[in-house]
Design a protein around this ligand. Sequence first.
Ligand code: PHE
Length: 442
Amino acid sequence: MREQWGSQAGFILAAVGSAVGLGNIWRFAYAAGENGGGAFLLVYLFVVLTLGVPLVVAEIAIGKHGRADGVTAFERLAPDSAWRRVGWLGVAGSALILAYYSVIAGWALRYFFAAARGTLWDRPPGGFAEGFSAFIAHPIEPLGWHAAMMALSMAVVVAGVARGIERACLWLMPMLALIVVALAGFALTLPGSSGGVAFLFGPTWSALLDPRVILAAMGQAFFSIGLGMAVYITYGGYLRPEQRIPGPAAAIVACDTTFAIIAGLAIFPAVFAFGGNPAAGAELAFITLPDIFLAMPGGRAVAIAFFFLLSAAALTSMISLIEVPVAALMQRAGLRRRVAVLAVGGAALLGGVPPALGYGPLAWLNVTGRPLLEEVDHVVSNLILPLAGFGLALFFGWVLPAGTALELAGIRGVAGALLLCAIRYLAPAFILGLMLFRLASG
Ligand code: PHE
């Protein structure tokens, strides 16, 4: 018997669990920070609405109809064609993301434990910057936390779709929503916090037309929603025939976006209230924020809540990144779930070693001078995810007959016409345009 979700809410929360992760908190904050805040947010919302929702609908529809993993679902819709490669790109991409994502998740887990035990506040003379650099450059410690996150995620996925993934997300996602809202509420009461709100919501118009900002916003949207990585195909494959697609797809994307904005409202007001630098880059969550937590009233409790949020949000994303290759291995290689989870988790554990050590012993291992982890993250977000989204749009918009596509998605009338228009023309043109710009600008 093929595994299924226990309920519609379970499916939605599992998908939201995949979407909401480090991308919404750690990555959104620094991408918005580096790209001018408000302008970035506007472009981001545009991409989410016009590309995000349609492509999630397409992915779920492909999975639900195929009732299969990311590769087999393409085969069932277009037998004997090369389109299954789009599925392979998603499966391979998931495994790649899993490897380095787990390393950052491990940092978050370490900060959570250190905050809970109080050791986070034994600051080295150089402050959190030095503490963080020393930690990520250590030849062993980051590997241990990376392994811990991987083991936790594997333990959830081994328990299966409804009993493992769905149950974990049914518990964790409402809890995380409460925590992020409470954190934002608290940050907004800090004196001087309004600068952070203005930063996030006040667009700088010149940045709006900057192709780099647009590219960064698209990369961030694709990463945060988790587009093209066959997550929604795989999760859609566990839907029952009578379950509908458009409503849940819109809800998933809306939750993901709202979560990122509220997380931004927890982070930027605090950064501004304490005179931090919003454009601090990838280290915003691990250096700038701890400094702020230390300075603010009740900050130690806030730090525990924040790093719990970060680790648990990462966990629910990692389980989806494991499930995608696991489902493919189970179906295509006939492996049992337990064996597939061990294979995928083990491979990702090894794959995470170079990025984990890229700040210390393997610092020489890079192409552009940037740490390996950030380099891989850039290639994934700005190249692999958009490419997979491009393939998905071509397949759903042009390979499937229009009538079939709309029927699979369960959309009719004006909404159907808009969906097709977005997937046929807007998504491919937008993605291709940005890719060409990227090539041209080197
Ligand atoms: N969306 C997740 C996040 O925001 C990361 C992710 C990417 C998950 C791709 C699945 C697929 O952190």
